[in-house]
Design a binder for this molecule. Structure first.
Ligand code: HEC
Length: 109
């Protein structure tokens, strides 16, 4: 699927020369970007908005987030403050895919 390659490029770009993923990183194949986008729109856009900038309930602007993919997976899995945990709602592949999808907000900057 074409979108997969777009995602791979965006992710590789975000990781840059560093190459280190750091932190805990689920050892699964992430769901494809188009499915991750649907998941994001269902589970996350309520607070973060379709463009990541909505900021409802004090949610941070995701277009300026400095979190790396492993850190995003952690906050998606366990939640923080007003952000609800998704570990019983989304599986590891979905969490990893949505964490990667957030790169599209950074790239759009
Ligand atoms: C009920 C509202 C709500 C929903 C739904 C929600 N979030 Fe959040 N999100 C927040 C809030 C509030 C914070 C700030 C948490 C804190 O630091 O106390 C946050 C923080 C974050 C951060 C950290 C940003 C940073 O740089 O500090 C990321 C990444 C994130 N959310 C992604 C997601 C994703 C992906 C989803 C969907 C799976 C999601 N959020 C669903 C409210 C929400």
């Amino acid at each position: 699927m074409k979108l997969r390659f777009v995602w791979a490029g965006v992710l590789a770009g975000a990781l840059g020369a560093c190459g280190s993923e750091g932190g805990q990183h689920a050892d699964v194949e992430p769901i494809p970007l188009d499915l991750a986008q649907k998941g994001y729109e269902q589970k996350c856009a309520l607070c973060h908005g379709n463009d990541g900038k909505l900021g409802r309930t004090g949610a941070p602007d995701l277009t300026t987030s400095k979190m790396n993919p492993a850190e995003r997976e952690r906050i998606i899995r366990y939640g923080k403050g007003l952000m609800p945990p998704q570990k019983d709602v989304l599986n590891d592949a979905e969490i990893a895919g949505i964490a990667a999808y957030l790169d599209t907000f950074l790239a759009a900057e």
